[in-house]
Design a binder for this molecule. Structure first.
Ligand code: C2O
Length: 514
């Protein structure tokens, strides 16, 4: 049995009693790790608006691979200081474990009274940006270095950087010994390879790229989620733990079956930020958000005040309970308020994104094509799941307009996706290719991937999500030639194999123009 996971689940005292050991021995062996059952923040009053210091230098966050050896040492030193703070004062809200719990309590159910959920919607991008920055401020303060900046893991520099960055493998504060990925493992190209990243970064709609009020976006679904799972998962050949990120829960939040813990820390949202690589992973998501906003054709950030004025609360580097608004941290503000920008990876070949064509053809608004809609939930299963409906002629003409350079108006929706809280889920979605399988290459028929990383701790309700996928011109060209609209949902595990089980269901699939 995996000692740490056993200990975490049982509580150190009871395990010590069972094994006849002194609790202090166990603490020594397991320090720095826990599976929080209730990850609420320390008590606080009303938050104050964070005061930004807009004077200091704007400094780059760099690829981990581009850090000098003294910068690597500084990164290690900062994380060591953070870990030490948890040991010296576990109640300090800035310490390592408290920092990890910030992610836990902002993930619906981790902290019941608030029921905040910053995944699966348009909060995903701005909340994580705020969290990273607060984290960066704390690290800088602990080592008394205001020039400290986080480093990012550019897994999209493929395949060279699509593996665990060396500083995170070295013994020290950046290592998480419970991480599954090994030095030689490479992230599958269907997650961060150039063909897939080009599709993600070429997404034009705001809702489709960064998520909307009630749907997750392309960036969160893939690469983000699958990279979490990949990092966590121990390959089946290395362990008796069954593959797949399954996380058994009981109503009290106590896991029941340790033999199935194949995916801590990064593979469970409640513990993901207990692996320092979390912050490097999210810095890359944050960087790519910046790149996307500046990409020709991108519709850019949301402009509604509901989004811009939304507040996120944190304990800052001074231990004060503060809030930041979304508007505080948007692109221009990154340099005004947050004092960082991104240095492009020095060894990467930039993705050659398709030229945005001058929009000649007129894509009209039409009534949606409903592919499937049922009052009861439809199970997806573990094998490719296919749904077909006749595609009206008027839509086929309209799709041709998109194919020849018209606005990207077509969106495929899968609504009411329900994922049990103990199953990580990856679904590839294809259109116009009824026989798509797990081996189907990414091409015109691929519209995107939906994913959920298990929330963990205290989550007893299903995760409910809506997914949207923007059709690209080549996809529209494929569909325009077919008399039926076929949607194929292909469940898979992060290594591309068939899931052992799947309890995922959905309510409705439809194609709409927006
Ligand atoms: Cu808040 Cu990568 O998840």
């Amino acid at each position: 049995m995996n000692r740490r996971k056993f200990v975490s689940a049982m509580g150190q005292g009871s395990v010590a009693a069972m094994l006849g050991l002194k609790a202090s021995n166990l603490l020594a062996q397991t320090s720095g790790h826990e599976l929080p059952v209730n990850c609420a923040p320390p008590t606080h009053g009303l938050p104050k608006h964070k005061v930004f210091s807009t004077s200091g230098p704007v400094l780059p966050r760099k690829s981990v691979w581009d850090l000098s050896s003294s910068e690597v040492t500084r990164l290690q030193k900062a994380y060591q200081a953070l870990r030490n703070l948890t040991t010296s004062n576990p109640n300090d809200p800035r310490g390592w474990m408290q920092q990890g719990n910030v992610h836990c309590y902002n993930c619906s159910g981790g902290y019941d009274p608030s029921n905040i959920e910053i995944h699966g919607s348009w909060w995903f991008m701005p909340w994580h940006r705020c969290y990273l920055w607060i984290h960066e401020q704390i690290l800088g303060k602990l080592i008394n270095d205001s020039t400290f900046r986080l480093a990012y893991w550019d897994w999209d520099t493929y395949p060279n950087h699509a593996k665990v960055p060396p500083p995170f493998l070295a013994t020290g504060a950046l290592l998480d010994t419970y991480r599954g990925a090994k030095a030689t493992d490479v992230i599958p190209s269907s997650i961060t390879g150039p063909t897939h990243m080009k599709i993600v970064m070429g997404t034009q709609g705001t809702k489709a790229f960064m998520g909307g009020p009630s749907n997750s976006g392309a960036m969160e679904n893939n690469p983000h989620g699958p990279v979490h799972i990949w990092t966590a998962e121990t390959s089946p050949s290395q362990t008796p733990i069954p593959p797949g990120c399954f996380y058994p829960n009981t109503p009290g939040g106590t896991p029941v079956n340790q033999s199935q813990f194949g995916c801590l820390d990064m593979g469970v949202l409640a513990t993901a930020a207990q692996d320092p690589i979390f912050f490097a992973h999210h810095s890359n998501i944050d960087r790519l958000w910046d790149v996307w906003v500046k990409t020709p054709g991108s519709q850019g950030n949301w402009t509604t005040t509901t989004w811009l004025n939304h507040k996120f609360n944190f304990y800052d580097e001074n231990g004060d309970w503060v809030y930041l608004t979304v508007a505080d941290v948007l692109a221009a503000q990154e340099q005004n308020n947050l004092r960082y920008n991104y240095q492009a990876p020095q060894s990467a070949t930039p993705l050659a994104l398709a030229q945005v064509s001058v929009q000649r053809a007129q894509v009209r608004l039409l009534k949606p094509v409903v592919v499937s809609s049922r009052a009861t939930a439809t199970p997806v299963g573990t094998k490719p799941h296919v749904k077909t409906i006749a595609l009206p002629q008027v839509h086929r003409q309209n799709l041709r307009a998109l194919a020849s350079g018209g606005a990207r108006r077509y969106v495929l929706h899968i609504d009411g996706i329900s994922v049990p809280p103990d199953e990580s889920t990856i679904l590839d979605v294809f259109v116009g290719e009824p026989n798509a399988t797990r081996d189907t290459e990414i091409g015109p028929s691929y519209v995107g991937t939906f994913s959920v990383v298990v929330p963990g701790t205290r989550h007893t309700h299903n995760v409910m999500r809506n997914a949207v996928f923007e059709l690209r011109p080549e996809t529209a060209a494929l569909l325009a030639d077919q008399s039926n609209l076929t949607v194929t949902i292909v469940p898979k595990q992060v290594d591309g194999s068939e899931p052992q089980k799947s309890s995922v269901t959905y309510r409705r699939i439809y194609l709409s123009t927006e």
